[in-house]
Structure formats: C-alpha cells, structure tokens
Design a protein around this ligand. Structure first.
Ligand SMILES: [Zn+2]
Length: 409
C-alpha cells in the first residue's frame, strides 16, 4: 500500500475539465453557489462518480458524494472532500482541488481492491464560500447549521430560496448525520498565502483553524469647535479610536505573534472637518489559534480599549458580535499526514489556517484534518495557481494518509 500513487494523467484531465465549467477566460472560474455554472459542475461530478463505479449520493443540503463501501458493512464513514462552488470571479484551485483529489483517492483505493474497515466517501460540500450561507453543506451535515441562519442568510432570503429551488432542495437541515457514523474528515486545499513557499516546504499540515472574535466599539467624547478649542482642552473621540488602532497593532506584534487584529471599519461623528469628533465607532476583529489565546487576546484588547478611553477622557461602549470558535485538527490525522509526507519524502511544516474551511465545520463533530499545498497569486482571484507537482504531492499525501487511517483502524 505504501507504493500506491494517484493517477496524475487522469487527475489532470478531470481537473482541466472542471476548470472549463464557469471559466472566465482569464484562468479563473465563476461558480457561486447554485449558479448555472455551479449546477453544471455538480452534474459533472455526478457523471465522474458514476463513471468511476462509485455509489452516488446526494443529501438534503445538496452535498454530492461518491462512496466506496466497507467490508463488512458498517455505518462509519471516512469523508474526504472540499467544495465546487467559488467566490464570484474566483480561481480554479480553491475547493476544486480538494474535490478532484478526493475523487482520485477513492478511484485509486477502489482499483487497488483495498479492503476497507469503514466506508470511504468523496464529498463536495455546498456553498463553502458563503454566497448564501457560509459553510452551508458541511455545517448541515455536522448538524451545527440552524434554522435561524437559514431564515437570515447573508446572501438574502429570496436568493437562498431560489437557489434551493433550482437545486431541487427543500430542507438542508435534514442532511445532518450522527457523529458516531463519522470516522473522520480529510481536506486538501491551496494555502492561499506564502508560508509554504517561504519555508521551502511541500506540504503544510494544519494544526488548527483560527477562532475569530469581533466587537463594535464606540468612543464617546465631546463635540467642539475645531478652531477655538485648544488641543489640550479636547475630549476627542477620534483621537481615542486612532490611539487604539495603533496600540492594538503594537500589542499584537509584541506579545501575540500567533494572532492578528484588524480594524476594518471606522466612522467619526458628526463627521465634519471643523468639529472635534463627539463619537468614533470602530469595527474590531481578531483571530487566534486556540481558545485560551483567543480569550487572552480578547481580554487584553478590551483592557487596552478601556485604558485608551480613560487616557483620552472618553467613555466607551462595547458590543460583542459574531464569533467563531477555533477548530483544532485531530492529532491522529495530523500524524497520518506526517507519516504520509515521510513516506513520500516530502518536506512538511505545521501551520494554523487563518481562513475558514469545511474542515472547521467537520472538526466540531469528528476527527478532522487538513493539508495545504504551496500556491501563488493569492486566492479568491483568477490568478491563484499551484503547480502540477504541488498538486500531485498533495493528492499522494491525502492517499497515503487515508491508507494509514485504514491500516490503523
Ligand atoms: Zn476553499
């Protein structure tokens, strides 16, 4: 089994065929969830699954799978996959790489007639990118999607209803599975950043996907004439907000090298050139690799905000907003990836994913793990790129990790 490799000729044909569906002419694809191109990509995957003589399955959330059954019968399943949908005018690798890899891993295992202790399932998750509802398919399967979110989707209620109708779906929540039936989940994705290339590494083994906290902050001072009020006599809410942006950035650089903070939204009121701002509103988002760091960073940033308000004789209002819990990847799966890389002679590094992926949803209910391959050109744009060599390394690492899990079960 250690000598088994994916068939790259077949992989390339499939990957190129998929990249033509919704192609934008500049190397990218436009396949937002439930668009005509997305539905066409799903139809292509169904045909590919049937052609590979895998069992075809579609669930209530529109997740599409190819299955290779265990012997003897079991309800436990190891899932491998990613997503076929793209952001508007996105790239051809984001998501598609993971789906074609999953399909190729299953074909390779099937051809080698390897006895399976659990079912193997190659899966395409619906709307990972959140055109309508972020991580819709994976969270529906994990049972963590709520009716409330379906009632208030970020893409709009009408757009979601229309999309579900076009895909022939009625109740996505019915896709939820029993955690006891999930043996695990594996995903390969382009890195969408420079760390692997900077480190000269072939594979990034994801230790965790970051948790995200966000707050709205409002500093309140006093509106004054900007010409007749001395600098020392002001209670300038804008100055407080600006001081916090600088102080928070310094704090995170100095003491939280594994974290990030961002103030991506700001407004001063009343918002005139000649009035000292009476109030200043900031949108603050911060990310950390685990819950204790996230909690520590949150307390530190709030303390900094309060201190900044006090230093500038301002009052402060804080409103906690949507948060995402960090998702640690399962150790046994990280170890399977390490073993696979060692077997293949690939250089690997551990890293934390700063972005969300389907793995985040799956990690809530089963052992889940993820690898990155080196990519250039950023991501969520037509220029994202990974070499065939990198793609092959990723696919063989996924295959060998799956075989390790099969052997160890
Ligand atoms: Zn993706």
């Amino acid at each position: 089994m250690e000598d088994l490799r994916v068939n790259m000729d077949r992989f390339k044909v499939d990957f190129e065929a998929l990249a033509q569906i919704g192609a934008t002419g500049d190397g990218g694809v436009h396949r937002p969830a439930f668009s005509q191109a997305h539905l066409a990509a799903r139809a292509w995957l169904k045909q590919s699954i049937l052609a590979a003589e895998l069992a075809f399955h579609q669930d209530a959330a529109g997740n599409i799978s190819g299955l290779q059954a265990a012997s003897p019968d079991t309800t436990r399943t190891l899932l491998i996959g990613s997503h076929l949908d793209s952001v508007p005018h996105g790239g051809r690798f984001d998501g598609a790489l993971g789906v074609v890899t999953a399909l190729e891993v299953l074909r390779t295992v099937r051809e080698a007639e390897i006895p399976l202790p659990f079912n193997l399932e190659a899966i395409d998750f619906t709307d990972e990118e959140g055109t309508l509802v972020g991580l819709m398919g994976s969270r529906a399967l994990a049972g963590t999607l709520s009716q409330e979110e379906l009632d208030n989707p970020r893409g709009g209620k009408d757009a979601l209803a229309e999309g579900l109708r076009r895909a022939g779906l009625a109740d996505p929540l019915a896709a939820s599975r029993r955690p006891a039936d999930l043996a695990g989940f594996l995903e390969v994705h382009i890195e969408q950043g420079p760390r692997l290339i900077d480190a000269g590494a072939d594979i990034g083994i994801v230790e965790a996907l970051v948790g995200i906290g966000s707050y709205e902050l409002v500093f309140k001072g006093r509106a004054d004439h900007a010409g007749t009020t001395a600098m020392d006599g002001r209670r300038d809410a804008g100055l407080g907000a600006a001081a916090l942006v600088v102080a928070a950035s310094r704090k995170v650089r100095a003491d939280y090298a594994d974290c990030v903070v961002n103030f991506g939204n700001a407004a001063f009121f009343p918002g005139a050139y000649n009035i000292v701002p009476a109030s200043a509103q900031l949108g603050m988002e911060f990310r950390a690799p685990n819950q204790s760091r996230l909690d520590m960073l949150e307390q530190e940033l709030l303390a900094l905000a309060r201190q900044t308000a006090a230093d500038n004789i301002l009052s402060l209002e804080l409103t906690r907003q949507a948060c995402v819990a960090p998702a640690p990847c399962a150790l046994q799966i990280q170890e399977a990836f390490v073993a696979a890389c060692d077997r293949l002679g690939l250089k690997h590094i551990n890293l934390v994913s700063g972005a969300g992926h389907d793995t985040q949803a799956m990690a809530a209910v089963c052992p889940a793990g993820m690898i990155f391959i080196p990519s250039t050109g950023g991501s969520h744009n037509p220029g994202e790129y990974a070499s065939w060599e990198a793609v092959e390394n990723g696919a063989n690492t996924m295959l060998q990790a799956a075989l390790s899990l099969i052997a160890a079960y």
